[in-house]
Design a protein around this ligand. Structure first.
Ligand SMILES: NC(=O)C1=CN([C@@H]2O[C@H](COP(=O)(O)OP(=O)(O)OC[C@H]3O[C@@H](n4cnc5c(N)ncnc54)[C@H](O)[C@@H]3O)[C@@H](O)[C@H]2O)[C@@H](O)CC1
Ligand SMILES: [K+]
Length: 225
């Protein structure tokens, strides 16, 4: 099982989008669909799904996930963490789409009502301590022990080192894209990621790409599909 750092993953993302020409929205859709597969294949209580979305591409994955769930008739609330006026264009494009589907963003969600939380706040782009307000929210969410599926990485985990950046949302399952991340195999990051499932979303790695860690065969507890 090949492991990558956050920077290596970003380089592979950029190569796929900029050099190969794969539209970023296609990758986002595939990432979202792979999370839907995992939700469908698990034994999760889907009565009330709360999707927490951030302002970067991880958040764009989250908006796409909420749309796919909504289109299938699930009771889904989409809540943004942060001011959407500062969101990346990928998020804004997703927001334009969901508006036409009739999916309205929740202003404030009651975590207690949620039977499943989808964590799409931060992914491999996290590079500092989480904002304090978000740390508080995460600590409160961890306290009520809801089932969480993390998109790519649990929010607050450094994908390279596995360190907690102030606070981290503990996941039951993490659906990570392309390759597993080094940080999700470290002691704390590994524990907080829960079951890690690696999904192929069509990312292409340059043939001469140099990975910082060697490929390891037979890493247990990680499923690839
Ligand atoms: N780049 C791509 O083409 C793809 C990216 N994907 C998703 O995109 C994620 C990475 O997206 P991004 O690079 O946009 O990053 P994130 O969505 O993880 O983070 C968003 C942005 O927040 C800012 N930020 C970082 N640390 C912060 C902190 N402590 N406090 C406040 N703001 C902070 C940074 O500007 C960062 O770019 C992946 O984890 C994956 O889920 C997938 O959709 C597949 C395709
Ligand atoms: K996440």
């Amino acid at each position: 099982m090949q492991l990558v750092t956050a920077t290596e993953m970003q380089n592979i993302d950029n190569y796929t989008v900029e050099t190969i020409g794969m539209p970023q929205d296609v990758l986002i859709e595939r990432a979202a669909m792979s999370v839907i597969d995992v939700i469908g294949a698990g034994h999760f209580n889907l009565d009330h799904i709360l999707v927490l979305a951030g302002l970067g591409n991880n958040g764009a994955d989250g908006v796409a996930i909420s749309r796919l769930l909504y289109a299938q008739g699930f009771n889904v609330s989409l809540q943004f963490v942060g001011n959407v006026t500062r969101a990346k264009d990928s998020v804004k494009r997703q927001l334009d789409i969901i508006e036409k589907y009739g999916l309205v963003r929740a202003e404030k969600s009651d975590f207690n009502e949620a039977t499943l939380i989808i964590d799409a706040i931060f992914g491999t782009g996290l590079n500092n301590l989480l904002p304090e307000g978000l740390q508080k929210m995460i600590k409160a969410a961890n306290h009520i022990e809801k089932t969480v599926i993390a998109v790519d990485t649990p929010t607050g985990i450094d994908a390279t080192t596995g360190e907690v950046r102030g606070a981290a949302l503990k996941a039951h399952t993490t659906v990570t894209f392309g390759y597993n991340k080094v940080g999700l195999t470290q002691r704390v990051g590994g524990y907080l990621s829960g079951n890690v499932i690696v999904k192929d979303i069509g990312l292409l790695t340059p043939q001469d790409f140099t990975f910082s860690l060697p490929d390891k065969e037979n890493t247990p507890s990680v499923a690839t599909s």
